[in-house]
Ligand binder design. Structure first.
Ligand code: GLA
Length: 458
């Protein structure tokens, strides 16, 4: 059976306050009604951080917060994008002249990534023009994947406006690739869960080939998202890509050490698969191969027997050319141990022992320690927030998403939820000033939500 595309739901905009408001704004902006609407959700990653781009499985769930776009295909070849939030300025361009600015990751560039992904996939010469109005309720730069949700939403908008169809996994793969037009070398977790998310289910997302398996979370567990009030846009700094490159270099080192064709190897999972060994054995190999001190580009070149020029042009990304230190031991150790924690998490959910919540919480806590100490993708505010959540009843708490700011996710026994929310509010947010601390959603309980959808007016 052919794999399914995103669902189409018939609705009456008049019965949905958010859609109705969008429809009214659309009419006053463009003088016509939208032909259809598309939504794509953000996500919270429960465990498995910074390992998707190494080829390892991750365990996220889609959240209710999403990007919603009202669309009218038009005869002209103009693409016009407006936002219900006046903070974001209108943008327009010819659909056949798409330029994505990597130096300034502005909001409309993420739409262009999705649009260009579909254009390139079908090699479309004549895309239809579109009037689009976007309403986003995923807090930006918070680790809840607002940017990927926008890329996915734009991909599905472009697909539908041009009368084309694709399966959810094809869409996820295209949007993963096309988000890289913005310059970040992300894995495929965010796009996969945005399309494959299902209400009530977390998902184990595996790669090569991309697939999603249901993970039923314990019924007495609640998941709480809390914003550290530090914003981090992964496209605006080189932290994220530096980690991707460190993992890539670590993979090449391990492969070379084991006599594999290391030049072809791009990620750590490939090395494990080629060696046919388990994650514990990979962890032992890390101890054998790497020293604890960071590696300079010169040392890397010496070990791989390549020139600095080759390192820069054939391995490193554009924005990591000037990195002076690469921590290969620490990053590889995080990746293999985190990959093992994901599998343990799934197994506990399946076997559901009496102390599931405690066991799952322990894994989340270990994941945070590994992100903080080995992967160095936390920050003091996130560490403090995670400690406060644990102090007030979370069994486990960890940063979620890329890190260096953004949100923490906590596993809380449902009977402790009201107390935890009240106490964390007091302990972390009351003393904080600024937009993020007073704005909602800053601290909220969440449930696994559904994936991307098309809405048509009945
Ligand atoms: C970002 C990327 C994902 C993943 C996470 C870290 O969200 O887009 O692919 O790498 O960071 O787990």
């Amino acid at each position: 059976m052919a794999e399914e595309g995103p669902s189409i739901r018939l609705i009456q905009a008049a019965e949905h306050p958010r859609l109705l408001k969008m429809k009214e704004m659309f009419v006053s902006k463009f003088g016509s009604v939208p032909e259809f609407y598309v939504r794509a959700p953000g996500r919270v990653n429960l465990i498995g951080e910074h390992i998707d781009y190494c080829g390892y499985a991750v365990l996220p769930m889609a959240v209710e917060q999403d990007i919603l776009i009202a669309v009218e295909p038009v005869k002209s070849q103009t693409f016009y994008l407006a936002n219900t939030n006046s903070f974001y300025r209108d943008f327009s361009t010819s659909v056949n002249d798409i330029h994505i600015n990597k130096t300034k990751p502005q909001w409309h560039n993420y739409f262009l990534c999705g649009l260009k992904g579909i254009q390139d996939h079908f090699n479309l010469k004549n895309l239809t023009g579109m009037n689009c109005l976007l309403d986003g309720i995923i807090p930006p730069s918070s680790g809840l994947s607002s940017s990927s949700a926008l890329v996915c939403c734009a991909g599905l908008v472009t697909l539908r406006a041009n009368g084309l169809s694709l399966s959810k996994t094809e869409l996820a793969e295209i949007c993963t690739k096309s988000e890289r037009y913005i310059g970040t070398e992300g894995g495929g977790m965010d796009q996969a869960i945005s399309f494959l998310g299902e209400e009530g289910m977390a998902k184990l997302i595996e790669f090569n080939p991309l697939r999603a398996t249901d993970v039923q979370l314990p019924s007495e567990a609640s998941f709480v998202i809390a914003h550290s009030c530090v914003e981090m846009n992964k496209a605006a700094t080189s932290h994220f890509n530096t980690r991707v490159m460190e993992c890539r270099l670590a993979a090449k080192f391990l492969a070379k050490y084991k006599g594999l064709k290391w030049k072809e190897i791009l990620c750590l999972k490939e090395v494990q698969v080629k060696l046919g060994v388990n994650l514990e054995e990979m962890l032992l190999l890390v101890e054998e191969v790497f020293h604890l001190e960071p590696y300079s580009p010169e040392e890397i070149c010496k070990c791989l027997e390549i020139s600095l020029e080759e390192l820069r042009t054939q391995i490193l990304s554009k924005n990591t050319q000037d990195v002076l230190l690469f921590k290969l031991y620490q990053r590889a150790k995080h990746v293999f141990s985190e990959a093992a924690r994901v599998l343990q998490f799934k197994k506990i959910c399946e076997e559901a022992p009496a102390n599931s919540i405690q066991l799952l919480g322990d894994l989340m806590n270990q994941s945070h320690v590994s992100c903080r100490t080995l992967y160095e993708c936390s920050c003091p505010e996130l560490d403090r927030l995670v400690d406060i959540c644990r102090q007030f009843g979370a069994q486990g708490s960890r940063l979620t998403g890329a890190g260096w700011g953004g949100c923490a996710v906590s596993l809380v026994p449902t009977d402790k939820l009201p107390d935890l929310l009240a106490n964390v509010q007091k302990a972390y947010y009351q003393s904080k000033k600024g937009r993020l601390a007073v704005e909602k959603p800053c601290l909220f309980a969440t449930k696994p939500g559904g994936g991307a959808l098309v809405f048509l007016e009945a």
